[in-house]
Design a protein around this ligand. Structure first.
Ligand SMILES: *Cc1c(COP(=O)(O)O)cnc(C)c1O
Length: 457
């Protein structure tokens, strides 16, 4: 017998409205519009309770990287649930799946990474990282180094620490964030600037804000700089090529830790194992989640480089930190199988050499549309900017909600992409076929036309 009853769409919607508080949702609005109930999924497609088929151009929430319906992951989870559904890794315990996954993660990350700390999510990974960074400097006898520098519009999760470290103003306005000791510098968002500088010069200028901020705060007070290699939830902000090398230089010069939040960029999204690899930087810590288990079960963690790991172990004693579900056996089993599939099907290389370039070329053809001011994409992570006019570039006023109009048209026409203001973002599963990429682009083009018509009205 099915665990979940069969109900009609409207029954689900009414129960949902009455009892279910959703993340990042205006519930008054939801009560009126009713939620879209997704019932099943296969490959790159999701299906709502009415059976409507929708191409998932967002891989769920940037996580279902190897696609839906992968029997290998289902059987990895069920086998593990039968064998050992749960045991903790506190108090000098461990279990084979969490140990095996650690070995595999060390293998796919840069050589400085020899250890991993598990969490249940990206937000928890961020909290772990913050505590670890501050503990590291404490152990080195520099307890004054508490300040962590992040970026405006960054997304680092929704716990108090994650919301604080993130640079989203709306989140800072609620629930007691931001925590003390967190500073934000500008994001390398060329299209969002006045576009007077060439992108490479702009990239250098924005990177050098880190240097300025470190001097303002005082070098002896700064612990680390944290950033997503490419900002995801902030609108797929792809930095100019000059940006990351300059950031690395500044971190090295001041001796502060460099941390990449790889929750979205990690595990092949950019056509490299990690965003740090793609940009050629050498982080001291990396936070991850989402793609590590392809979203089938929750898992996150922090890759700990030797610079930090050696100090924590040699001088640290007990680190009073951990989660009940740190290294959950079933999640680890699913992650092991996800990594096996990424390797076996050469999906990282596929994004770099095949489907990535294929989709990018088509995506850039959308720039010819009268409503598109810019297209950008690295690997399978991209964005386009909706504009009122193209020369000179004029943006819509934000109260027109053009991005949301476009997003709703998209989903009604069978394609999920997300709106971040008037930026439409895309991050399809890494298993996307050429035919599915064609479908994605055809639907996107058609919906841009429909959006243009709707906005003109
Ligand atoms: C999603 C995300 C997080 C938070 O992960 P959760 O699993 O939702 O807690 C952190 N950082 C980045 C870059 C993310 O995209």
């Amino acid at each position: 017998m099915a665990v979940v009853q069969n109900r009609s769409r409207s029954e689900w919607q009414d129960l949902d409205r009455d009892h279910y508080l959703h993340p990042f949702t205006d519930h008054k609005d939801l009560g009126k519009k009713k939620s879209r109930i997704i019932a099943r999924a296969d490959g790159v497609y999701i299906y709502d309770v009415d059976g409507k088929k929708i191409l998932d151009g967002m891989s769920g929430l940037w996580c279902v990287n190897i696609g839906y319906g992968r029997e290998e992951l289902v059987s990895a989870a069920t086998r593990q649930l039968r064998e050992l559904p749960y045991y903790n890794s506190f108090f000098q315990c461990a279990h084979p799946p969490s140990i095996e996954l650690s070995r595999m993660l060390v293998e796919v990350t840069q050589p400085q990474f020899n250890r991993v700390f598990y969490t249940g999510s990206g937000s928890e990974a961020i909290d772990t990282m913050i505590r670890m960074v501050r503990q590291y400097w404490q152990l080195l006898g520099q307890p004054g180094r508490q300040t962590i520098i992040a970026r405006v519009n960054a997304y680092h999760g929704s716990t108090v620490a994650g919301a604080s470290l993130g640079g989203m103003k709306a989140m800072h306005g609620q629930g007691g964030a931001p925590l003390q000791g967190i500073e934000h510098i500008a994001q390398p968002y060329w299209f969002g600037s006045d576009r007077k500088l060439p992108p490479d010069e702009f990239g250098l200028q924005v990177a050098r804000e880190l240097d300025t901020k470190i001097r303002q705060v005082g070098v002896e007070k700064v612990a680390a700089f944290v950033a997503e290699p490419i900002q995801g939830a902030g609108g797929v902000v792809i930095p100019p090529a000059t940006y990351w090398p300059e950031i690395q230089k500044i971190c090295d010069k001041h001796g502060i830790l460099l941390i990449t939040d790889e929750v979205i960029c990690g595990f092949g999204r950019l056509g490299a194992w990690f965003g740090a690899d793609y940009y050629g930087v050498k982080p001291d810590l990396m936070t991850f989640a989402k793609g590590v288990s392809s979203g089938y079960l929750p898992l996150g963690g922090v890759m700990v480089g030797d610079r930090v790991g050696d100090v924590l172990i040699e001088k640290g004693g007990e680190f009073f930190h951990g989660y009940t579900y740190s290294g959950h056996p079933a999640s680890c089993a699913v992650a092991i199988e996800t990594l096996n599939i990424l390797k076996r099907e050469k999906l990282v290389e596929r994004v770099r050499d095949d489907i990535g370039p294929y989709l990018q070329k088509k995506w850039h053809s959308l720039a010819e549309h009268p409503m598109v001011g810019e297209t950008r994409m690295v690997g399978l992570m991209g964005a386009l900017e909706l504009v009122k006019s193209k020369s000179p570039i004029t943006k819509f006023s934000s109260d027109q909600g053009v991005g949301v109009i476009c997003r709703d048209i998209l989903v009604n026409n069978g394609l999920v992409m997300r709106a971040v203001g008037d930026t439409i973002v895309v991050a399809p599963p890494l298993v996307l076929t050429h035919a599915e990429a064609d479908e994605l682009i055809d639907k996107a083009r058609k919906c841009l036309d429909l959006t243009l018509a709707a906005v003109k009205k």
